[in-house]
Design a protein around this ligand. Structure first.
Ligand SMILES: Cc1cc2nc3c(=O)[nH]c(=O)nc-3n(C[C@H](O)[C@H](O)[C@H](O)COP(=O)(O)O)c2cc1C
Length: 198
């Protein structure tokens, strides 16, 4: 079983990174092969809304004219059984690198010119997904103020994955080098085990 994490933080070793590591170590405990993709290390162009990729019907994503790393990332996600989607909350939503990645997922919809709205190509949710988010605000308050969890749940669905749990870490911005608490570490590992073990 393969678990791939899409990581939208700007800080390796920061709060999101530590939490993702804990989720992946839980998954590895249950026998998964894991991989972490930092979006900041990838060459990902902005979607230009040409909609070339949305014109052909069927389960296969349409061709994108942009030449960058996005095709390889999507191939990797296709080959994964479970996903981790992780982002800090910046200005009450996901980071810009995560949003840039999300916009490129339009190729996973059939949306010909003339149709008012897109249809997901992934109709069956064969994979599982765990979401990880962090904020400077306390988690309860942040979750009330943000729509990023709903957005990331939609992204899971677009990627053909059912969300099986969310870890939202509050008070993550008051130290230059924040440490994941033992409680959140255990929650993250548990979610990782659940991703793989049922
Ligand atoms: C540009 C920017 C905007 C931010 N906006 C918010 C915000 O709207 N609400 C909040 O609670 N925290 C906000 N934060 C704090 C980050 O969410 C926090 O530092 C991050 O979750 C820590 O994760 P990391 O260690 O992976 O970077 C912001 C931080 C930055 C740099």
């Amino acid at each position: 079983m393969k678990v791939t994490a899409i990581v939208g933080t700007y800080r390796k070793g920061g709060m999101i990174d530590q939490a993702v590591d804990a989720v992946l170590s839980g998954a590895a405990e249950n026998g998964a092969e894991t991989r972490k993709i930092y979006l900041i290390d990838q060459h990902i162009e902005f979607c230009t809304n040409c909609r070339t990729c949305t014109q052909t019907e069927g389960p296969k994503r349409g061709p994108c004219p942009l030449k960058d790393d996005m095709g390889a990332i999507l191939d990797e996600l296709d080959a994964s059984d479970a996903l981790v989607l992780a982002s800090p909350m910046n200005f009450w939503t996901v980071t810009a690198v995560m949003k840039r990645f999300i916009e490129r997922l339009v190729c996973l919809a059939y949306w010909p010119w003339g149709a008012y709205s897109p249809k997901n190509r992934n109709v069956e949710l064969k994979k599982r997904a765990v979401l990880v988010a962090s904020s400077a605000a306390p988690a309860l308050l942040a979750r009330l103020m943000t729509r990023m969890v709903g957005l990331m749940k939609n992204v899971s669905t677009i990627l053909g994955a059912k969300n099986i749990g969310t870890l939202f870490i509050g008070i993550a911005g008051h130290k230059a080098h924040p440490a994941l608490s033992a409680r959140n570490k255990e929650k993250a590992r548990k979610l990782g085990r659940k991703l793989v073990g049922g």
